[in-house]
Ligand binder design. Structure first.
Ligand code: AMP
Ligand code: MG
Length: 409
């Protein structure tokens, strides 16, 4: 009689446990705003001025006082010219200021009339052909950002738009959490590096190391400094040695392969011999053989060897872990409800992440081969369907879709 195995941990439970280990890295750096895309703020950013700093015109035209225009029956003298970058004098009674987009509204003016609604007359006067309404075409001081307000909060990840915003309040340097230092290695005696052996010369049983390439790229996108330790042979001593080396001066050791239960899988015993293995195997497909542990106070994450499993577990587990290390508070990807334009008849006991593509009709198409070794599915797909355990999908069923745009940055 075989002993019944305990149920695998759910993804949600595993994530809670995993994130419980991800204490924010100590260490704040001041980086140029130019270089800060993707970094995470270590402090709230407070504005020392209004944006825009003064009321200004949103049109090329004439700044007027509405009551004066009415009194003068639409014809007023143009007494000054205010271009962007200049500043005007107080508006004289019954007059208008020629004004351009972005130029400050002169004191006393309460509206801008766009030039299309004006007729230039002889002798420096202008006829206002449309009755102006107070406030029209004026961008108010502080309508974007008010002095003293928090523009961005600690724990927010900077985007190109937020770099523009902090620049608009005058910041050329930003306080960000330091980059995580990640040691990466692949396990597998079958692995060969592209470039080392030409396709025609590949020995039977060997394959190219593909995981190393996407894992490294994903780590870099998440702001990590990566030490690439290459390929480690499928031997316990070599694995122990590689882990020991990787534990030096890194925050995280990330490996792929060798974390299942086969005789050639040495990751688990190696981690256990050097530290602790706190999490192992998760009820998801692809990606069951996922492991978290610690090696000499360094985080350890072991990803499955199958490329799609490795890719998906990175996105679902390693990404939030690395973001939280950097202080990000919102690490869960957003999913959206989209109709399936396919059927999925084989319900699985595990929660599945199916590679799909959005179509022009607003639905989702399924990649035909969902095998965990078929990396083409992840290239063709623009996201995954998050399918609950035991769930079949019929044409038109509304499913939860997580776009890769939520997961890859
Ligand atoms: P493992 O998790 O080591 O049992 O590997 C599972 C499958 O993934 C095997 O077919 C391996 O050959 C393959 N695999 C492991 N590591 C890699 C890698 N770095 N690149 C491509 N395939 C890999
Ligand atoms: Mg292996």
């Amino acid at each position: 009689m075989t002993a019944s195995r305990p149920p695998l941990k759910s993804l949600d439970d595993a994530l809670v446990e995993l994130l419980g280990f991800a204490a924010v890295l100590q260490g704040v750096e001041s980086v140029s705003t130019f270089e800060a895309d993707g970094r995470v703020l270590a402090q709230d950013i407070v504005s020392a001025l209004h944006v825009p700093p003064q009321d200004n015109s949103s049109m090329d035209g004439y700044a007027v006082r509405c009551a004066d225009v009415l009194q003068a029956q639409g014809v007023v003298q143009v007494t000054q010219r205010i271009a962007a970058g200049a500043s005007g004098a107080p508006l004289a009674p019954l007059s208008a200021a020629r004004i351009f987009t972005g130029a400050p509204i002169p004191p006393g003016a309460d509206a801008v009339v766009m030039q299309e609604d004006c007729e230039v007359l002889e002798g420096g006067a202008v006829r206002i052909k449309a009755v102006p309404v107070p406030g029209q075409w004026i961008r108010r001081a502080g309508e974007d950002v008010t002095l003293g307000s928090i523009v961005l909060s600690k724990g927010e990840r900077l985007t190109p738009a937020s770099l523009g915003l902090v620049a608009s309040i005058g910041l050329n340097l930003l306080p960000v959490v330091r980059r995580p230092r990640v040691a990466l290695f692949s396990t597998g005696d079958e692995l060969v590096m592209p470039g080392d052996v030409a396709p025609a010369q590949m020995k039977p049983g060997t394959i190219y190391n593909s995981n190393r390439f996407f894992l490294r790229a994903l780590l870099v996108r998440l702001g990590c400094d990566v030490t690439d330790l290459g390929i480690v042979p499928d031997r316990l001593e070599a694995t122990v040695q590689a882990l020991q080396q990787a534990a030096q001066q890194h925050d995280l050791i990330l490996t792929s392969g060798g974390v299942s239960v086969g005789e050639e899988d040495h990751i688990k015993p190696a981690v256990q011999s050097l530290g602790s293995l706190d999490l192992w195997q998760i009820a998801i497909k692809p990606g069951k053989p996922f492991a978290y542990g610690q090696v000499q106070d360094t985080h350890f994450i072991g990803l499955p060897g199958n490329p799609v499993s490795s890719f998906i577990t990175f996105l679902l587990l390693v990404r939030p872990f690395l973001l939280q290390l950097q202080g990000v508070t919102q690490v869960a990807p957003k999913s959206i409800a989209v109709p399936a334009h396919f059927t999925w008849a084989r319900a699985d006991k595990r929660r599945e992440f199916l590679r799909v593509q959005r179509n022009a009709a607003g639905g989702l198409d399924l990649f035909a081969n969902q095998s965990s070794g078929v990396l083409t599915s992840a290239v063709w797909g623009d996201g995954v369907v998050d399918n609950p355990p035991g769930q079949t999908i019929a044409q038109g069923d509304v499913v939860r879709f997580i776009p890769f745009t939520e997961l890859l940055g």
